[in-house]
Design a protein around this ligand. Structure first.
Ligand code: MG
Length: 302
């Protein structure tokens, strides 16, 4: 039990910074991406979305995915995931020895069209094919716009729930609901989770300042998996204004205070956030990276 009775005793945090955070940035050298992943591992992060196997022409920042995986130190117990858009990407990721594949669908038809130029139904077929080649490597389907779409507005929770069910039937081992454009609120979290159940991950964005309160609401509902990005980097090039993944150190600082185990050292995350700031050449949005965690000040009595 955590310090607060209705919350889980432990939570798994998947840091997506090396992929989701760096993808929209100017390309960072392979060796620096390796340094970032290793800094996260040193901080105790055991689940990292490390790379994407996508066209280097379309996404120059993700070129060299196999090189990153080959160079990174991988202690036992660390899961490295790769985002893959199709079977070809999945095959490349599998031959590079990745531990998990992430595939993206959208609950929003228009967003799906703009993002991958396919219908949701066509994307479901692609994900089924990825699951077929993945064998024993788990596939996590991340559903963007699960809490609203910049194009269609509200997405009915029943539609999200039906997509979750179809993706599980297609062979996905895990499902993650993404709030791509920061439209989630605790009320929407409650509405969607009441349909999908709590055996989902959440990928939250802080676009409107609701990411942490959404995480709290989700934990009250029993959710124990979260995607976050060191430094709060990342956004979507197809969703105007949708910058800012929930920062890993902002979530972990609050979880620490609540007595919820993550195995992650928040000061190690602050160091990794400093590195990511250096790599992108500007301050990161994370406030805990700037101010330090509360625990830093609360050590001494009085
Ligand atoms: Mg994101």
């Amino acid at each position: 039990m955590s310090a607060v009775g209705s919350l889980p005793s432990s939570v798994v945090v998947r840091d997506v910074g090396p992929r989701d955070g760096l993808q929209p940035e100017a390309p960072v050298a392979v060796e620096d991406r390796v340094r970032l992943i290793e800094a996260l591992v040193v901080a105790g992060v055991t689940h990292i979305e490390a790379v994407a196997f996508v066209s280097p022409k379309a996404v120059p920042a993700m070129a060299g995915a196999a090189e990153v995986l080959a160079a990174v130190g991988r202690p036992p117990g660390v899961t490295l995931a790769a985002l893959v858009p199709n079977v070809k990407g999945a095959e490349l990721a599998l031959s590079a020895g990745v531990d998990e594949l992430t595939a993206i669908a959208s609950a929003s038809e228009t967003y799906n069209q703009r993002n991958v130029k396919m219908s949701i139904a066509e994307t479901e077929q692609v994900i089924a094919s990825i699951c077929a080649v993945a064998g024993t490597v788990p596939v996590d389907a991340v559903i963007s716009c699960s809490f609203g779409s910049p194009y269609e507005g509200e997405i009915a929770p029943a539609e999200v729930g039906a997509l979750v069910d179809r993706l599980r039937s297609a062979g996905c081992a895990a499902i993650t609901l993404a709030d791509t454009t920061g439209m989630a609120t605790p009320r929407r979290i409650d509405d969607v989770l009441s349909v999908t159940g709590s055996n989902v991950g959440l990928h939250l964005h802080d676009t409107r300042g609701t990411a942490l309160v959404n995480a709290y609401a989700a934990m009250e509902r029993g959710v124990t998996r979260f995607d976050t990005s060191v430094g709060g980097l990342g956004g979507s090039p197809f969703a105007h204004g949708a910058t800012g993944n929930l920062a890993t150190e902002e979530l972990v600082a609050v979880l620490d205070d609540l007595g919820i185990e993550t195995g992650i050292d928040v000061e190690g995350l602050v160091a990794a956030a400093r590195l990511v700031s250096e790599l992108v050449g500007r301050p990161v949005p994370s406030r805990v990276a700037v101010a330090g965690p509360r625990s830093r000040l609360a050590v001494a009595d009085h």
